[in-house]
Design a binder for this molecule. Structure first.
Ligand SMILES: C[S@@+](CC[C@H](N)C(=O)[O-])C[C@H]1O[C@@H](n2cnc3c(N)ncnc32)[C@H](O)[C@@H]1O
Length: 383
C-alpha cells in the first residue's frame, strides 16, 4: 500500500470523543477532529495501526472507503459499486457486512446490508474478472451506516473491539469496560507521583489500565488486529510499529497502585487479570470492606467504581457504602476521590461536594464521573 492518506474514524462511546481526539493528537494524528460517536483523522494505512495499538479509550478504528448522500437503494448500490474495494480487498476476502440506519429515507438495515454486499461482490467480480468469490481469506468487516441520508462504508481494522486487551477472561458481575476505565484514569488527573487506590476494585480493570498508562504500555501490545492479515498492508511496517511499542513498555515506571474489595471472588479474578496483563508483583490487591480501609499513606488518589444501586432493593446498601467515602477521605489527609456512579444523589448521600463532573456512559447507564478535592480543600479546615 502506498503512503497515500486515507480517512479513518476512531469510534468512541458517547462522551469520550474529546479524550480520544486528544489521544490521537498525542499520537501524531494532528488533523484529528471529533464528531458524534468518534474522531476522524487521516493517515496511511500502516500508520493507522499505531492508533489500533495505542488508543486506550476508543472502541474501534475504521477505514472510510466511501461516503455520500443516498436517497434510494439504487443510489446506495451505485455509491458502493464505485468505491475502491479492490485497493483493499483481495480476491478471497471474507466480507461480512453489518449495518445501522438512523433518521434517513433508507431505514431497513437488512436491505442496506444486502445491497451493500451485492454491490461489493459485483465490484470485485468485475475487478478480478471472476464469477465466484471464494471468501476463504482474511476478514474484511464492512459496516454500512446510514445517518441523516449520508451513507458511510467502512472497513474495521481491529477485529475484536479495542477494549479486548487480552487480559480479561471473564467479566465479573458489574464490569467496567477497559476503554471506560482508561478514560476514568485520564479524567481523574492522576499524577503518577501519587499512590493510586481503588477501594471497590472488583476485577481490577481501573488498576490495570492505570498501570498500563504509567508504564507506557500500548493497550493493544499483545493482541492481534484484523489489519495484520490484510494483504494490502505492509507487514514489515506493522511489525516495526509493534516492536516500537514493545520497546516503550517500561514496567519499572509503575508507581504504587493498589486495590481492595469486599468480595473474595472478584479479587481472585483481579489477581488473575493482573497476571494475565503481565503485571504480577506490580499491583497489590486485598480483601477489605471500604468502611474499614485505612492505608498507611496520605495524599492518595482514590479512584472508585462502586455499586450504583440500580435496583431499588440494592439502593439502601449502596447508600450506606456512599456514606463511608467521607470518613475514608478524613482517614487519609490530602487525598482526593474520583468516582463514577449513575446514582443522582451521591453528593447528598455522601456529604461531599465535587469540584468537577463529567457525564458519560457505563454501558447503557448514564453516569456522572465526579472529582472531589481533599476534605480540607472542600470544606476549609473542618472535617
Ligand atoms: C461496580 S463493581 C466494580 C467493578 C470493577 N471496576 C471491575 O472492573 O471489575 C463494584 C464493586 O464494589 C464492591 N463492593 C461493594 N461493597 C463494598 C464494600 N463495602 N467495600 C468494598 N468493596 C465493596 C463489590 O464487591 C464490587 O466488586
Amino acid at each position: 500500500m502506498s503512503d497515500k492518506k486515507l480517512t479513518f474514524i476512531a469510534t468512541a462511546a458517547f462522551g469520550l470523543e474529546g479524550i480520544v481526539k486528544r489521544e490521537l493528537v498525542h499520537l501524531g494524528f494532528e488533523d484529528a477532529k471529533a464528531e458524534l460517536g468518534g474522531v476522524r483523522f487521516t493517515s496511511a494505512l500502516e500508520e493507522a495501526f499505531r492508533a489500533c495499538l495505542w488508543l486506550s479509550c476508543a472502541d474501534r478504528v475504521l477505514l472510510v472507503v466511501a461516503e455520500g448522500n443516498v436517497q434510494s437503494f439504487e443510489e446506495l448500490y451505485q455509491l458502493v459499486l464505485r468505491a475502491p474495494w479492490k485497493q483493499f480487498l483481495p480476491r478471497d476476502a471474507r466480507i461480512p457486512v453489518s449495518g445501522r440506519c438512523a433518521r434517513s429515507k433508507l431505514m431497513s438495515i437488512r436491505d442496506c446490508q444486502s445491497i451493500t454486499k451485492r454491490a461489493i461482490v459485483d465490484h470485485m467480480q468485475k475487478a478480478y474478472r471472476v464469477t465466484v468469490l471464494p471468501e476463504t481469506g482474511a476478514d474484511f468487516q464492512v459496516d454500512v451506516a446510514v445517518h441523516s441520508d449520508i451513507a458511510r462504508l467502512t472497513l474495521d481494522l481491529c477485529g475484536d473491539a479495542l477494549n479486548r486487551r487480552g487480559y480479561r477472561t471473564w467479566n465479573g458481575e458489574a464490569p467496567l469496560r477497559e476503554t471506560a476505565a482508561a478514560a476514568l484514569v485520564k479524567l481523574s488527573g492522576w499524577r503518577e507521583s501519587e499512590p493510586l487506590h481503588d477501594p471497590c476494585c472488583g476485577t481490577g480493570t481501573l488498576l490495570i489500565e492505570a498501570a498500563f498508562m504509567a508504564a507506557h504500555r500500548a493497550p493493544g501490545l499483545t493482541r492481534a488486529f484484523a489489519v495484520e492479515k490484510w494483504p494490502c498492508a505492509n507487514k514489515a511496517a506493522l511489525h516495526a510499529l509493534r516492536e516500537e511499542a514493545r520497546a516503550q513498555y517500561d514496567p519499572s515506571l509503575i508507581p504504587e497502585i493498589s486495590g481492595s474489595d469486599i468480595d473474595p471472588e472478584a479479587l481472585k479474578l483481579a489477581k488473575k487479570h493482573i497476571v494475565q496483563a503481565g503485571l504480577g508483583g506490580k499491583i497489590t490487591v486485598f480483601e477489605r470492606d471500604l468502611r474499614d480501609l485505612t492505608l498507611d499513606k496520605e495524599n492518595v488518589c482514590f479512584l472508585s467504581n462502586p455499586p450504583y444501586g440500580e435496583r431499588l432493593s440494592d439502593r439502601k446498601g449502596c447508600e450506606a457504602l456512599y456514606r463511608a467515602y467521607k470518613p475514608l477521605l478524613s482517614r487519609h489527609p490530602g487525598s482526593r476521590l474520583n468516582l463514577i456512579t449513575s446514582h443522582p444523589g451521591f453528593e447528598r448521600v455522601a456529604g461531599l461536594r465535587s469540584m468537577k463532573k463529567t457525564r458519560l456512559y457505563n454501558g447503557r447507564l448514564e453516569c456522572e464521573f465526579m472529582r472531589f478535592a481533599p476534605l480540607n480543600v472542600q470544606f476549609g479546615h473542618k472535617k
